[in-house]
Design a protein around this ligand. Structure first.
Ligand code: ADP
Ligand code: MG
Length: 288
């Protein structure tokens, strides 16, 4: 027979905006000792704003921003949305061809018949383009046209108001370690991680590196200890599927993430992870 308390627990969770896909996942939350967060869209708002435009090689700011907006015209990454918002003008779609999104790197595309690259330092290195190393902290998008460097944009995201509360609530529930995984630059990751009191930070990861990081944490844990991964699903669906308990932030998250996750948070509040663990603990007390 199925213990009634499990239904009670799933019901209680759903009343808090937490969708649990099976009683086994609620039960597993009792044994969670490590909570791993994606950064962008999970601990931060994922609503980037362009805060600086730094042209090089004789380009104007207007030219640089236009090239960036055209390159990013097909991407649904929050970085791309911020660049299009900063440009604010109509984009002539017939100027764009051969569009390629390179996971964890950026974009390769033809704009007005010229090969344009828009992405991080790793993309520039891969393509053999000498780029400036910015002094500003923030997410940097470098632009190059026809293998010539055009300059860079600085893009800033904000930490969610709820994130610090989320981390401290987890510590109060006996979580041994909080971890942040991100594809973003180490400087950005460390600033966010330090502000929030995250124990361990891994930056500049490609999506497959995030899976490897989860696998390593799973090897390090003992006995019945469980690991949660929390993500918004942009690029992290494989990690959601790999973790003992994958939790998607449904507020911003993609359909694929909601599909791959074991638990879905219907709001964009990471503190709901602690709420879910609290419900699991109370449910166990009622069942046994
Ligand atoms: P996160 O782990 O923070 O969710 P992603 O894996 O989505 O980050 O992206 C990692 C990095 O790849 C970004 O910080 C950015 O440098 C680069 N990148 C990804 N998509 C784009 C894009 N559309 N335009 C420019 N850069 C991008
Ligand atoms: Mg992400």
């Amino acid at each position: 027979s199925i213990p009634l308390g499990f239904f009670g627990g799933i019901g209680a969770a759903s009343r808090s905006g937490i969708l649990v896909k099976g009683s086994n996942y609620l039960e597993a939350l009792n044994d969670v000792k490590v909570v791993v967060f994606d950064k962008t869209g999970t601990l931060t708002k994922g609503q980037f704003k362009v805060t600086g435009i730094y042209p090089a090689n004789g380009r104007s700011k207007e030219e640089l921003l236009r090239t960036a907006a055209y390159a990013e015209s097909h991407s649904n990454h929050p970085i791309a949305e911020s660049i299009r918002a900063a440009y604010a003008e109509e984009i002539a779609k017939d100027a764009i061809s051969d569009y390629n999104e390179i996971s964890g790197h950026g974009i390769s595309v033809n704009v007005d018949g010229k090969a344009v690259l828009a992405g991080n330092a790793r993309l520039m290195e891969r393509e053999g383009i000498a780029y400036q190393v910015p002094e500003q902290s923030g997410t940097i998008v470098h632009i190059a046209t026809g293998k010539q460097y055009d300059g860079y944009l600085v893009i800033a995201d904000e930490v969610k108001e709820d994130s610090a509360r989320a981390i401290s609530a987890l510590k109060g529930l006996g979580i041994r370690k909080t971890v942040m995984l991100t594809g973003d630059a180490a400087s950005v990751a460390e600033a966010v991680g330090r502000e929030l009191g995250v124990d361990e930070i891994h930056a500049e990861l490609l999506p497959q590196h995030k899976v490897e990081a989860i696998e390593r944490l799973e090897r390090e844990k003992s006995g019945r200890e469980k690991i949660i991964f929390v993500g918004d699903g942009i690029n992290d669906t494989p990690v959601l599927a790999r973790a003992d308990v994958g939790i998607a932030m449904g507020g911003l998250g993609s359909d694929a993430a909601i599909e791959a996750a074991d638990i879905v948070i219907m709001t964009d509040e990471p503190s709901k992870i602690a709420t879910a663990i609290g419900v699991a603990k109370r449910t166990r007390r009622i069942v046994w």
